[in-house]
Ligand binder design. Structure first.
Ligand SMILES: Cc1cc2nc3c(=O)[nH]c(=O)nc-3n(C[C@H](O)[C@H](O)[C@H](O)COP(=O)(O)O)c2cc1C
Length: 336
């Protein structure tokens, strides 16, 4: 429990620290959620999953849906446009033990938007509300979270769709809205509009608003709380490769000195992460996944560029471990 930041309310669920691990395709799988939790993340969300894949048995479903006893509370995130399919997918998540249902209306990936899913829904407020209502009706007994962007089109400063969807979502019984303060058309570029987050919080003072966008450092998180008044923050790119992020925000918020992980600590966490990935994926796939993570972890290392190059060249588990042996043997404390 952190004295300086208030708990985060997700309907009946209270999360005792308000900085959570965002839904991150390619990153917020069970192994990384476990690592982040062990370092202070109180809540985490799966990678986005296509609703119809949840209705099918298969490899994708098995990996993306994997959770375990330590992985709670956890949100399961789904994406789709058909209210009936989304509702069935939400029921499956609930029955599998997910603690909260998260609906993604924010994904800007072209292939997704062109198929009228994800961020496309920001251009279809009525369709979005039908999905929200169907899911709420189907799963009345779990917190319902909605992920929105500020608008669909870049330059749409009225953000009418946002206001229509958010008001309708509260009326339908949603428990929290996570706002990525960029337009769908902006993808991940340009600055996130924190003034918009402030407007949203002012418009819905008694509702749970989770802010997202440009929280790259622990100091950014405190600044977002201060400037916008949001109730929670979904740490995304700032937490990729820095699972210590959550602990660091807690340190800063409590007025303690923010500690950076030593190389020995980084190595221990990376080794544990590798072992968890092997458990989930088997060694071959884990090596591929962990090459990707190794590159991200590398940014915590004093010689980030060198580490990046070393992980990019990795082709086997033995080579992955050799990078640790070569570069993570010292005890140097990297600068934060
Ligand atoms: C690699 C990557 C994958 C993402 N995957 C998801 C996802 O599956 N679901 C989701 O709601 N948002 C996803 N996002 C968006 C983030 O959760 C977050 O809203 C966005 O990155 C803005 O925060 P940031 O500027 O602090 O990174 C993803 C972002 C990135 C960079």
């Amino acid at each position: 429990m952190n004295a300086a930041l208030s708990p985060l309310r997700l309907g009946p669920l209270t999360i005792d620290f308000p900085v959570v691990l965002a839904a991150l395709a390619g990153y917020s799988d069970l192994p990384y959620r476990t690592i982040c939790r062990e370092l202070g993340a109180p809540f985490a969300t799966t990678e986005v999953m296509l609703d119809k894949f949840l209705l099918q048995e298969g490899k994708l479903r098995r990996h993306l849906l994997r959770s375990d006893a330590g992985d709670h509370p956890v949100g399961g995130q789904i994406m789709g446009a058909d209210p009936a399919i989304m509702a069935r997918a939400a029921v499956i998540l609930r029955d599998l033990g997910f603690d909260a249902i998260d609906l993604n209306f924010a994904c800007p990936v072209k292939k997704v938007v062109s198929r009228k899913r994800g961020g496309h829904m920001m251009a279809d407020p009525e369709g979005t509300l039908e999905v929200i209502r169907a899911v709420r009706d189907a799963v009345p007994d779990r917190p319902l979270m909605i992920k929105l962007r500020k608008s669909f089109a870049l330059g749409d400063e009225a953000c009418e769709a946002f206001w229509t969807i958010s008001r309708g979502a509260w009326a339908a019984g949603a428990d929290a809205i996570c706002v990525h303060a960029r337009a769908v058309g902006q993808m991940y570029k340009g600055q996130a509009d924190w003034a918009f987050l402030r407007r949203v919080k002012e418009a819905f003072p008694d509702r749970t608003i989770i802010g997202s966008g440009d929280v790259r450092t622990p100091a950014d998180a405190l600044r977002m709380f201060g400037e916008t008044g949001v109730d929670g923050i979904a740490a995304a790119r700032g937490a990729i490769g820095n699972p210590w992020f959550f602990r660091q925000v807690g340190d800063l918020a409590s007025g303690r000195e923010m500690t950076a992980p030593t190389l020995a600590e980084q190595r221990a966490v990376m080794e544990r992460h590798f072992a968890l990935a092997v458990e989930l994926y088997g060694e071959q796939k884990a090596t591929f996944v962990m090459r990707h993570f190794g590159i991200s972890y590398g940014r915590m290392h004093p010689h980030a560029k060198r580490i990046r190059m070393a992980f990019v060249a990795v082709r086997s588990a033995a080579e992955w471990r050799a990078v640790l042996d070569e570069h993570y043997a010292g005890e140097t404390v990297p600068a934060v």
